[in-house]
Design a protein around this ligand. Sequence first.
Ligand SMILES: Cc1cc2nc3c(=O)[nH]c(=O)nc-3n(C[C@H](O)[C@H](O)[C@H](O)COP(=O)(O)OP(=O)(O)OC[C@H]3O[C@@H](n4cnc5c(N)ncnc54)[C@H](O)[C@@H]3O)c2cc1C
Length: 475
Amino acid sequence: MEILEIRKSLKNLILGDVLWDEEILKFYSVDSSFYQTIPKIVVVPKTEKDVILAVKFATKNKISITVRGAGTGLVGGALTENIVLDLKNLNKIKIKNDYAYVGTGVIKGILDRELKSKGKFFPPNPSIGPFCAIGGMIGNNASGSRTLKYGSTIDNIQEITFVDGRGRKITLPENHAIGKKITKFAKKIKKKYYPKVSKNSCGYRLDCVNSIKETHKVFIGSEGTLGIILSAKLCLKKIPSKRLLFVVEYTSPKSAAIDCIKIKKTFPSAIEFVDKPTLENIDFKFKKNTNCLLFVEYDSNIQKNEKTFFNLISGKLVKKLMKQKEIEKWWKYRDLALSYSLKSIKKENQNPHLIEDATVPLEKLAKLFSIIEKLGNKFQIRTVMYGHAGNGNIHLRIVSGRQKSKQLEKISKWYFNQIFRMGGTISGEHGDGIARSNFVKKQYGEKNYQVFKKFKKYLDPKNILNPGKIIDTKK
Ligand SMILES: Cc1cc2nc3c(=O)[nH]c(=O)nc-3n(C[C@H](O)[C@H](O)[C@H](O)COP(=O)(O)OP(=O)(O)OC[C@H]3O[C@@H](n4cnc5c(N)ncnc54)[C@H](O)[C@@H]3O)c2cc1C
């Protein structure tokens, strides 16, 4: 079928919008990554039935579909040259006591506001703040500063409803027939090749499926390649009545990393790291030789930690904050770290976000900082760092001239090999996308990769759901 015919047939088929104006296609051709891919059609379903019809149509006409949330992903996961599916109309929110049913088009900031009025929150908190969609958080297994205490998205979802590549609407873990099949795939996985980390957004998380009750988890972090998620049941927590934030300055990342291990034992809700470009943007006079900061937050055992924290650290305590407004002000500095980092790098010196998200076991964090230093010397590049130190998750930006793609590949290969040696993952939260899907096989090994491929085929036999992301069906 010709593309114009496809556009018109889709328009006749569904209640929602089917768009192909040049400006609209351009808008959907980018996300927050460095990539641009112009789609042929944008479909904005009005109902869940529209999604099913669109998937069945795509399967029949052999044209792929890539679902998109708010487009804040950093690795091009939501980009495609075929159909983009924008689920912004699936935006219902139903809040119960300790859980909520939400459509995946719900924007996080809107959910946060509704939950706040009831004294609740949904724990995963990407630094992008209110702007991402629940679908994108599920698609990437997003996390944030509070993941240290409350886990990633995968740890905070009880149920999902999705449409698979055959156009079947399925709810898990409720659907036992499909659940049983999934558990069979999960049993085939060699867990010893999975990274030993506290957060992981690379590949398929079949390692989290230990029983039928957990079968929904494998869709979290699957980047729209196994199913299009329509809605989810989210776990909620009570907003803590008090918080306590410490800011500590260090002369080297390694000493901060060593402190992280001691601090983690006191159960903080967050341990975050920023280096020079961020601290230079903070309205505070740090010591001249300050190289980096840790932000450490507690939302329980406040009194005890207030008294004992000083004894734990080797760095210099520069702030102890207990007032909500002050705490928010300082978290804003941390949340803007990506923006400060990019601001500190001239446009012609910026590079794709390729090796920006690796995560290692916390005991290996100091080693990770040495590896990053080595990387700089070996490839003659400067780097900027920030991230979720308590989880061993450090975001890295390469400075020093736009690298040729061959050189970037060399840098990535070298860096990821070091990450694998430390038992780490190439992505702790941003996913594989266009940037690094070709490293998934190396991370999990040939046997696990073949299970991934068969699993994908079971749910999406015609390979129409976001093809090329996470796995390459031809490999
Ligand atoms: C400044 C900045 C800071 C950030 N900080 C963090 C951070 O601290 N932690 C973090 O984890 N991330 C962070 N991110 C990355 C990103 O914001 C998150 O991963 C976010 O959850 C993506 O949501 P989105 O709605 O924008 O997804 P999109 O970019 O639209 O999509 C992301 C992926 O999810 C898939 N997807 C979208 N909707 C669905 C659905 N309904 N069903 C199945 N798959 C779907 C897409 O196909 C794509 O593969 C940051 C990004 C920026 C720009």
